[in-house]
Design a protein around this ligand. Structure first.
Ligand code: PLP
Length: 336
């Protein structure tokens, strides 16, 4: 087995951080080692909370190759955060502008103390729980949501994993039927991630009653005869922010996409299998349960979508740089 197939994605894009990170906890920036939550927080007692993970790239734009930090597709992440909160009946502590400001402040603060390399990609983790209350299953009459956020170096897949693809295994999906909620109750997903580690695989791809759902922390895509298929959005999968993105990119690349149920047999006979997530972007699966997928190499649809994904990042960087420039010009005009 080569390093490309190992379970742990190697670091790329991470800086040489040494200083202690600052985390956001209920309105305060606190050193990570000092951040505390009460033991009666319902996130701890019941897993009663939701979360988000936003990739934040550092990309060079324009002629001067100025670098910008790009919270990639953040509006989609914040919309999903809002949806998850609504589905579990937790009040959203911020509007979109408030969340954006929190993310920007967290990044700036960590850069300032040297906990985040200025040229390093990052991922921002945000968690909201129902708050602290005496233990009792039903919602407490009054509780203030706990808001926690941290930023970590973004560990993208290693070059070897990009080049050679990764091995996956399958297992029965035994999770609850609200997988569309990005809940912190992740025990089912944790067990599936551990199943992959114990089987020397990168991910576990799950099937429910013989039909493909998703992997422990990724959406799964199947290619057959040049067309791309994925299970439709439903309560049986988390709609990854890359779900809509891959739909757009497939169309731009001239790859036909159909959202439809995928049987286990189709998964096993696929020409290509892809997994997507914020930290994996899009990655080729070259072996499933020890058998090669297609010819056992990353295929042409993977190559096209991976290239298109990199262009989408660059496009978003340009748009954000233009917006920043426009805003700066506007401020100068006001000051004149
Ligand atoms: N499905 C599950 C269960 C996940 O945990 C994730 C990401 O963590 C995804 C799908 C992919 O979502 P996204 O593309 O937003 O990272």
């Amino acid at each position: 087995m080569t390093a490309a197939h190992g379970a742990a994605p190697a670091s790329a894009g991470a800086g040489s951080e040494t200083a202690e990170p600052l985390v956001w906890l209920n309105g305060e920036l606190t050193p990570l080692s000092e951040a505390r939550i009460p033991v009666l927080d319902r996130g701890f007692i019941f897993g009663d909370g939701i979360y988000e993970v936003v990739p934040v790239y550092v990309l060079a734009v324009g002629e001067g190759e100025a670098r910008v930090r790009v919270p990639f597709r953040i509006e989609h992440h914040l919309a999903r955060l809002k949806r998850s909160l609504e589905k579990v009946g937790i009040a959203n502590p911020f509007d979109e502008a408030g969340w954006r400001a929190l993310v920007a402040r967290l990044i700036e603060a960590n850069e300032a103390v040297g906990a985040l390399a200025r040229d390093g990609h990052a991922n921002v983790y945000v968690q909201v729980t129902r708050g602290v209350a005496p233990r009792g299953h039903a919602f407490p009459a009054a509780a203030t949501p706990t808001v926690f956020a941290m930023v970590n170096p973004l560990k993208l897949p290693a070059d070897a994993q990009r080049e050679h693809g990764v091995r996956c295994v399958t297992a029965e999906d035994k999770r609850w039927l609200n997988c569309d909620i990005k809940s912190t109750s992740l025990l089912g997903n944790v067990l599936m991630a551990q199943h992959a580690v114990e089987n020397d695989a990168f991910e576990t791809i799950q099937l429910r009653d013989g039909w493909l759902t998703e992997a422990s922390s990724s959406n799964v895509w199947v290619v057959k005869g040049g067309a791309l298929f994925a299970p439709p959005r439903s309560n049986r999968i988390l709609e990854g922010i890359r779900y809509g993105l891959i739909e757009e990119l497939a169309e731009a690349c001239g790859v036909r996409f159909e959202a439809r149920e995928v049987a286990g047999a189709e998964l096993r006979e696929a020409d290509e299998i892809l997994v997507t997530s914020a930290t994996k972007e899009v990655l080729a699966v070259v072996s499933l349960d020890g058998k090669p997928v297609g010819d056992g190499k990353p295929g042409p649809v993977y190559a096209a979508l991976y290239a298109a994904y990199q262009c989408a990042k660059q496009r978003e960087a340009q748009l954000q740089a233009q917006a920043l420039h426009a805003r700066a010009t506007e401020l100068q005009e006001v000051e004149k």
